[in-house]
Ligand binder design. Structure first.
Ligand SMILES: NC(=O)c1ccc[n+]([C@@H]2O[C@H](COP(=O)([O-])OP(=O)(O)OC[C@H]3O[C@@H](n4cnc5c(N)ncnc54)[C@H](OP(=O)(O)O)[C@@H]3O)[C@@H](O)[C@H]2O)c1
Length: 255
């Protein structure tokens, strides 16, 4: 079956492409790097020809409020016009657990808009909402002030490894559309502030984390369970220690 992965060069996209190719599917990794741009529509018609499934794991190059909203709205409109013209039978998209509860954040308002376009597109769909990737801890660390102490929310987080995300997304791509949201998460929950302190310690970062219930997460105030999935979520197997060990051995592997 022909499957097009929009954002196929990204962290999750490259793993989804590899996973689906290993199952014997014809997979196109589509992104600006390979001449396919969902913002302008360039290359979409050609890439989608004879495609049965489109997996959208693209992300906005800018997280500035207006830029990210424009990215998901314009990309969504261009993508669905091309999918309808090509007769695509299933659209699988990656979103974030708790998106509906995070409208205070510009990034999440854009994800809400992306999900709305999917629901209203008329193309059968599956929205996979994932918790934060372990790989994203580095991004959160960078977003913190570069001072000796950083304030982070003490809300719970249940992060998942990118490999577990990619295999769950690939599973959905070869199954029938559910026309609904399915949730995926990691195997362990911890407080964001505690996990970041653990990450700092593991990476030799001398900063100290202060647990602060009023600290915003990408512009949004978190309740204890805002970022947690529901009871039906499919759980990955890789926890923080296993992920950290894996990521260290990959960094140290000879090239
Ligand atoms: N970070 C988290 O913890 C988290 C949690 C849950 C869900 N998610 C969601 O997961 C998704 C994927 O995230 P990621 O971290 O894997 O992304 P990523 O590594 O930043 O990759 C982004 C991808 O989007 C592509 N892209 C950028 N502009 C494009 C355009 N105009 N047209 C087509 N493709 C374009 C990039 O292509 P080029 O390489 O060619 O530029 C790249 O392949 C996002 O939708 C995000 O909301 C993230």
């Amino acid at each position: 079956m022909k499957i097009v992965v929009i954002g196929g060069s990204g962290l999750i996209g490259s793993k989804v492409v590899e996973n689906l190719r290993a199952r014997g599917h014809e997979v196109v990794a589509a992104s600006p790097a390979s001449g396919v741009d969902t913002m302008t529509g360039k290359g979409l018609k050609e890439a989608l020809q004879d495609a049965r499934v489109v997996v959208d794991v693209a992300n906005s190059p800018s997280f500035e409020d207006q830029a990210v909203l424009a990215f998901f709205e314009t990309s969504g409109r261009n993508l669905f016009a091309a999918e309808k013209a090509a007769g695509v039978a299933h659209h699988v998209a990656l979103s974030v657990v708790g998106t509906d509860r995070l409208a205070q954040s510009g990034y999440f308002r854009a994800k809400i808009a992306q999900e709305k376009l999917i629901r209203e597109s008329g193309v059968p769909y599956t929205i996979v909402q994932s918790t934060q990737f372990f790989e994203f801890l580095g991004g959160i660390a960078k977003a913190c002030a570069n001072e000796s102490t950083v304030h982070l929310s003490d809300a719970y987080i249940q992060p998942i490894a990118s490999g577990d995300v990619a295999s769950a997304v690939a599973d959905r791509a070869v199954e029938a559309p559910v026309n609904d949201v399915v949730e995926i998460a990691g195997p362990e929950k911890s407080r964001l502030s505690d996990l970041m302190q653990r990450y700092f310690k593991a990476t030799g970062d001398a900063r100290t984390v202060i647990a602060d219930a009023s600290a915003l997460y990408f512009g949004a105030l978190l309740a204890a369970d805002t970022l947690l999935p529901g009871a039906q979520a499919h759980l990955g197997t890789v926890n923080f220690d296993a992920w950290f060990q894996q990521s260290q051995s990959q960094t140290q592997a000879p090239h």
